[in-house]
Design a binder for this molecule. Structure first.
Ligand SMILES: Nc1ncnc2c1ncn2[C@@H]1O[C@H](COP(=O)(O)OP(=O)(O)OP(=O)(O)O)[C@@H](O)[C@H]1O
Ligand SMILES: [Zn+2]
Length: 660
């Protein structure tokens, strides 16, 4: 009797066997209903075998095998196998998370067909610049696997390179997967892709799609009917029968890293997948991650460079530092910045004031007794939001009304401390009463619709001053924007996290890159008390390579990634002591002694030690060898699984952690 080996959505590192009289090898890759416990589950058939490790007469019989979809292909299982092994995730969970919800349900609802979206008119493509042409020619969809790092300064026309590569790939009859960090922030890109390829079937895949739309798009991608798939990180697991090119836009962006469930990097999985399918992958950014940059330096990735802005009228903006030690600030803003904004108003140009902190003020405080608004559930302050008069935790969502007096001493004179975008907006309104000011952050722009409306206002010239967080820094092209002012950058300059300089540099270079993208010359003014910091020197010189070289040298000396390979074991529990005891036990497991080249550090509380009433600790495992770490991790994970832990303790392993 044929035995089905079935992947189920369970955190267990094994398959489940069932018997099925009429099953054939052609059923591999199909979904199947199987009895499980007292109920039923939907799984995916990974193998049809003649035997089982279990006595066959004790196996239960599988239920219906669904054939509404073609079977999932072998390379899809190969991809899931890789992700499961590399990230220490259960194979069944990896397989099932790749499917849209509607295909995982035992009783899927009926689906109507959606209407086709209206297409914008196709524009004739611009003539490529010399650098763009070189980059386009360097990527050959027919030449097998190659990983390319497309390093192009802001406004250098990376998108046009992607579009030409997409055209080449489509001409060869293949599909393209274009990954973007956050689909909501990239309606411009989506519009450009649809306009350029109106007849090719472009579908998007991201978690904010309604369930039915996501399933429809997924099916179109899987059937090969859609030739271009535009998606966020989860789209990397979509089975695509004719895939010929993967592009990862803004490859440095942290959104490519999934931070819960299976903690994977879609960028890294993309490189694996391209290698598996023998196709090219292009990672694009003005500020590549140092991992990718190092790979390009060692020639594992091929470097493609765009040094100039694509628009022949545009040049890179001038970056100047405003030394605030010698300036009087009003509400955190210096006189030269005010004057620069004023000058833009007079010329009818746009300004952007960047402050990467939303809310009115980061904390409410009592000067009499020292009380500060803390979250009851997290090791964090409650942020003051005056717009809707709330105190709000940006980590767990806890909310509270604003107290009229200090809850500890009764003092009526409590103050907001520090400033966020709301406070800056309020002050700018007072300072420039005639200006049209638009605040853009996650409080003012919550949905894609709102975001599209905001973009329309900016492009329509209906805003003079933009105030915003990093939402405004990513990939936008606002031709009338000629001034970018940066506030509050210093707080990240001396952060304990050794990745902080990389993030800060990328953020500042990206936001600076919004200025002067058309014929109007751009200017960037950065307020700082540390104008001599080397990070700023690289920024002023638009010198990403210089900055990267310095950072990589420091990391090599300190033995940090990419010169070491890391995995983090994290445990969370109501009491920190429980988490630490568990981590100590994990650090003392005998299996560690069998892996000399893996170093286990001491357990420590996480930087944000409490989140939503759970105390969190972590334990770092590190090796100078990736294979050594990978050989160690499954054995360590199995040993940890057999440790006794308090019932409310949860743990996970994160490979290549970004946050500490
Ligand atoms: N070959 C070209 N000739 C003229 N203009 C071009 C050309 N290629 C691109 N552009 C224009 O240059 C501008 C910048 O292009 P694009 O937005 O693709 O840059 P980018 O490299 O993605 O920038 P960023 O990293 O800042 O998002 C756009 O307005 C685009 O239409
Ligand atoms: Zn909280």
């Amino acid at each position: 009797m044929p035995v089905l080996r079935v992947a189920l959505d369970l955190p267990l590192h094994r398959l489940f066997d069932y018997v099925a009289e009429s099953a054939t090898p052609a059923d591999v890759g199909r979904r199947v209903r199987v009895p499980f416990g007292r109920g039923e589950k939907l799984g995916v058939i990974v193998d049809v075998a003649d035997a089982s490790d279990w006595p066959v007469d004790q196996l239960k019989a599988a239920g219906e095998i669904l054939d509404d979809l073609p079977p999932l292909p072998r390379d899809f299982f190969g991809l899931c196998e890789f992700a499961s092994t590399y990230y220490q995730a259960a194979f069944g969970e990896v397989v099932m998370q790749a499917l849209p919800a509607g295909l995982k349900r035992l009783d899927p609802p009926d689906r109507r067909n959606g209407r086709a979206a209206k297409l914008p008119a196709a524009l004739p493509p611009p003539e490529l610049t010399g650098e763009q042409a070189v980059a386009v020619a360097a990527v050959d969809p027919a030449a097998g696997f190659a990983a390319h790092l497309l390093h192009g300064v802001t406004g250098s026309g990376k998108t046009e390179v992607y579009l030409r590569l997409i055209a080449k790939t489509l001409a060869a009859g293949r599909q393209v997967l274009l990954l973007v960090p956050e689909i909501n922030l990239t309606p411009q890109l989506e519009g450009r892709v649809r306009a350029r390829f109106p007849d090719c079937g472009v579908v998007s895949l991201h978690s904010e799609l309604a369930e039915a739309a996501r399933e429809r798009n997924w099916r179109a991608a899987f059937s090969g009917e859609a030739s271009i798939v535009l998606g966020t990180r989860l789209a990397i697991f979509t089975p695509l029968p004719r895939l010929g090119l993967i592009v990862v836009d803004e490859e440095h962006d942290a959104s490519f890293k999934q931070q819960d469930g299976m903690r994977y990097s879609a960028r890294d999985v993309a490189v694996f997948r391209a290698n598996q399918l023998k196709i090219p992958v292009v990672l694009g950014s003005a500020t590549p991650s140092l991992e990718s940059w190092a790979n390009a330096q060692t020639k594992r990735y091929r470097m493609l460079t765009l040094r100039e802005r694509a628009n022949p009228e545009a040049t890179l903006p001038t970056v100047k530092l405003l030394d605030t030690r010698r300036m009087v600030l009003t509400e955190g803003v210096s006189a030269p910045l005010v004057a620069a904004i004023q000058a833009r108003l007079e010329r009818g140009e746009q300004s952007l004031v960047f402050l990467n902190r939303r809310g009115y003020a980061p904390v409410l405080a009592c000067p009499a007794c020292g009380w500060v608004s803390r979250c009851k559930r997290c090791a964090a302050n409650l942020v003051l939001h005056l717009a809707d008069r709330r105190l709000r935790c940006h980590h767990c969502g806890f909310e509270h009304h604003i107290p009229k007096a200090c809850p500890t001493c009764g003092n009526q004179d409590i103050h907001p401390f520090g400033r966020g975008t709301q406070r800056l907006e309020t002050w700018l309104h007072e300072q420039f009463p005639e200006a049209r000011i638009l605040r853009v952050d996650r409080d003012s722009v919550k949905s894609r619709k709102q975001w599209e409306a905001v973009l329309e206002r900016i492009h329509g010239g209906e805003a003079d001053i933009l105030v915003g967080t990093q939402m405004l820094a990513k990939g936008h092209d606002f031709p009338k924007l000629t001034l970018v002012g940066v506030l509050g950058a210093d707080s990240a300059l001396f952060a304990a996290d050794w990745r902080a300089p990389e993030r800060l540099f990328a953020q500042l270079m990206q936001v600076a890159g919004r200025a002067g993208r058309a014929e109007l010359k751009g200017e960037v003014l950065i307020q700082t008390q540390y104008p001599d910091h080397p990070l700023f020197a690289s920024l002023v010189a638009h010198d990403y390579p210089g900055f990267a070289a310095g950072q990589l040298q420091e990391r090599e000396q300190a033995g940090f990634p990419p010169y070491a390979f890391q995995a983090m074991l994290r445990a969370e529990a109501p009491e920190m002591a429980d988490a630490i005891v568990f981590l100590k036990a994990a650090a003392a497991l005998p299996v560690i002694g069998e892996h000399d080249s893996v170093l286990i550090y001491d357990p420590v509380p996480m930087k944000m030690a409490r989140l939503a009433n759970l105390e969190r600790g972590q334990l770092l495992a590190e090796s100078h060898s990736r294979p050594a770490l990978q050989a160690f991790l499954p054995r360590w994970r199995e040993a940890i699984e057999s440790l006794k832990a308090p019932s409310r303790l949860r743990w996970h392993i994160e490979v290549d952690p970004l946050e500490f």
